[in-house]
Design a protein around this ligand. Structure first.
Ligand code: SF4
Length: 343
């Protein structure tokens, strides 16, 4: 008989499973809590009876992803993880320490099909979606390894989360569950390259999370040259979906804008961007490019970055330059996995 992976069960499903074993339902909560404390061995779930432990071992297991490699920054407390999944695939996650708590950046797919020109995660395409429990296990594994409670999660690693929609939503619910991670929805961020129908669906989901939209350009010409998705959902369509999201959730949207030298970092681009976003409840995160080996793009110099930010601010657009974390382990998203795969 194939064993059931208890980590892949929601609490309701766990209760059903426990009932089928003829055990009292409260056992499900006990096991559920142990799983989210990072425990994978039934013997160490100390409030379970010996008999139940023996029966669980016969028919169930607690799935887990393993740390394959870990890179710790020596200049700040950023850690990058490469996790090996049960089928041998690999994904990256990052732990970042801020004054307000510790954030985990989580991958939602192995690879990515979106083809953004500046991104390493998309080289080799999308291999598969992650199951919600694998995303949850990225957080569990980081907490267990670092002995730190994660207080914010950003789904911004490899993959387009909205193309793995159902698993993403279940992952967000488990992050929020008091018996699992107990993180407020307001501390959860989902990033998208702009899948318009899914933004609209997410707006109707009723989850007060933060939506981060990877914009990276102030017009369709530049955006299409960087992000193939723009051919399908051009900027004005994307912004309409963003307005709908703001209207439904009353949440401010974050626009991510990677600054690439001489491509999208000119004063004209900053002015165009200001025009595009005026009157929108939003914040712009300006991100200095983290160059990917083999790609032609260069990082903007600091004075350009500051000038760009200033133009947005002068035009009444809320904007900040994202602090570079772990610059000594500065492999951009997807680069670590790729470098390990080609070895
Ligand atoms: S930037 Fe995001 S959406 Fe674009 S290819 Fe990379 S992982 Fe995919």
């Amino acid at each position: 008989m194939e064993k059931t992976n208890l980590k892949s069960l929601t609490l309701t499903q766990m209760e059903e499973f426990i009932k089928q074993l003829g055990e009292p339902v409260y056992r499900a909560k006990q096991i559920f809590k142990w799983i989210y404390k990072g425990q994978t061995e039934f013997e160490k779930m100390t409030d379970l009876s010996k008999d139940l432990i023996a029966r669980l071992k016969d028919c169930a297991y607690v799935g887990k992803i393993d740390i394959y490699k870990k890179y710790e920054s020596e200049i700040d407390e950023t850690t990058k993880y490469v996790f090996a999944l049960e089928d041998g695939q690999m994904v990256e996650s990052v732990k970042m320490k801020y004054s307000f708590g510790t954030t985990a950046c989580i991958s939602s797919q192995v690879g990515c099909s979106m083809g953004c020109a500046f991104c390493a995660s998309t080289e080799g395409g999308m291999v598969r979606n992650l199951a919600w429990w694998e995303m949850a296990d990225e957080v569990i594994a980081i907490e267990k390894d670092s002995n730190v409670k994660i207080s914010r999660v950003v789904v911004m690693g490899s993959g387009e989360p909205l193309l793995n929609y159902d698993e993403l939503i279940q992952f967000l619910r488990i992050l929020n569950s008091p018996l699992a991670f107990n993180i407020s929805y307001r501390r959860l961020t989902v990033s998208t390259c702009g899948i318009v129908p899914k933004i609209i669906r997410l707006a109707e989901e009723g989850l007060p999370i933060t939506l981060a939209v990877s914009l990276h350009a102030p017009n369709d010409d530049i955006r299409s040259s960087l992000m193939p998705i723009n051919e399908r959902y051009p900027i004005l369509q994307l912004l309409d979906a963003c307005k709908y999201y703001i209207m439904k959730t009353k949440r401010r949207i974050t626009f991510e804008y990677i600054l690439i030298s001489d491509i999208n970092d000119t004063e004209q681009c900053a002015c165009e961007l200001s025009n595009l976003l005026k009157d929108l409840l939003c914040h712009v995160n300006l991100i200095p490019l983290n160059p990917v080996e083999g790609k032609k793009f260069k990082k903007s110099d600091d004075s350009r970055i500051r000038k760009f930010e200033q133009i947005l601010l002068n035009n009444g657009i809320s904007a900040t330059v994202r602090r570079e974390m772990g610059s000594d382990i500065n492999a951009a998203c997807g680069q670590l996995r790729r470098s390990l795969l080609v070895r």
